[in-house]
Write a protein that binds this ligand. Structure first.
Ligand code: COA
Length: 310
């Protein structure tokens, strides 16, 4: 049994915070942010919209798109580092609001690699036949853990949610191979105390190296080569980091998602948000080979090679 994506959905808060808005809040400039990160604007959730609210709205769309009902869901996995509270998990909150009465539910904490960790976890249950339909959500309200006085971090991140329903798909489709990894010795470079603390240069070096390597590794594991790749969906951390991954795969510019321009780094949400963006733009079609790759605090990383379609 192959496990693949059978439904997708996302939610982005309406409020747009541009680089020019940030210029008025701290000592930064649109020029600096655009040239160093690629970000032009990001979305910020309102005070009455928490992580679970955004996750719920994205999940509703994914379930509808999959053509199943919430009662069919066997497991809910929510990748987030900004849960509403330590417990109950966001996954349990979604279980109640969706009415997914039979679903088991848990949150996954793997920072910006969390959505890949979630998809790979879902794959195991589906391929063994233990579960049929699994909702995997990546959602963050990073704005609540940012120090808005710290230009090193505040300009980088945004809020949002993306969700997929995973289930059995036809032969040859779905997740063909994966890689997950962690290096706890690098945890000191990116963590939350009260706010997000980051050593940007160290994370940058790690990310450039790891993203490229993970892409190549999942291709090799699937018995494929760079030439087979149709589209790359990297975690949207910095345009220069994702460009390095694209060049490693020797892909043309239009074969990679760059939603970072509009949404900034939405951590665990960035890959599923990008999936919806690219699918709706007609960039992802049945039987396309998609590489998704992420990295983040932990340090963590993960990648999948996925053949699109049910
Ligand atoms: C953060 C990052 C954009 C910084 O870019 P960079 O080109 O490495 O910039 P540097 O670290 O060399 O900093 C250059 C200068 O810009 C300053 N600077 C930092 N943020 C700034 C901002 N928002 N506006 C203006 N100047 C800023 C720094 O203080 C530094 O000044 P100094 O040289 O006087 O100390 C980059 O390192 C990065 O993207 N790292 C990875 C971060 C990441 O992906 N995090 C999420 C992981 S999931």
């Amino acid at each position: 049994m192959n496990a693949g994506i059978i439904g997708i959905g996302r939610y982005l808060p309406e409020k747009v915070l541009t680089n020019f808005d940030l210029e008025k809040m701290m000592d930064t400039s649109d020029e600096w942010i655009r040239t160093r990160t690629g970000i032009e604007e990001r979305r910020i959730a309102s005070d009455d919209m928490n992580t679970s609210d955004m996750g719920y709205l994205a999940a509703l769309k994914a379930i509808e798109h999959a053509g199943i009902s919430a009662q069919d869901i066997d497991l809910i996995l929510v990748a987030t580092v900004t849960p509403d509270r330590p417990f109950p998990s966001v996954a349990c909150m979604l279980q109640e609001r969706l009415g997914a009465a039979k679903a088991a539910a848990l949150d996954i904490s793997a920072a910006c690699a969390g959505f890949i960790y979630g998809m790979v976890t879902a794959k195991q249950f589906i391929e063994t036949g233990a579960y049929k339909y699994i909702l995997v959500v990546g959602v963050e309200k990073l704005s609540k853990i940012l120090n808005w006085q710290d230009r090193n971090t505040a300009v980088l991140f945004g809020d949002g949610a993306g969700a997929v329903v995973m289930g059995p798909v036809s032969e040859g489709r779905g997740i063909l191979s994966f890689e997950l990894g962690a290096d706890g010795t690098g945890g000191k470079h990116l963590y939350q105390d009260e706010y997000v603390i980051m050593n940007g240069r160290e994370v940058f070096k790690f990310a450039v190296r790891q993203m490229g390597e993970s892409c190549i590794n999942v291709l090799e594991k699937a018995g494929l080569t760079k030439k087979d790749v149709d589209f790359l969906i990297p975690h949207q951390a910095n345009i220069r980091i994702v460009e390095a991954a694209r060049q490693r795969l020797e892909l043309p510019e239009d074969k990679m998602s760059t939603t970072i321009r509009k949404y900034g780094n939405t951590s665990a949400a960035s890959i599923p948000i990008s999936i919806v963006e690219e699918y709706e733009a007609g960039k992802i079609k049945d039987d396309d080979l998609i590489i998704m790759v992420g990295f983040g605090g932990g340090l963590t990383w993960g990648a999948v090679a996925l053949r699109w379609g049910r």
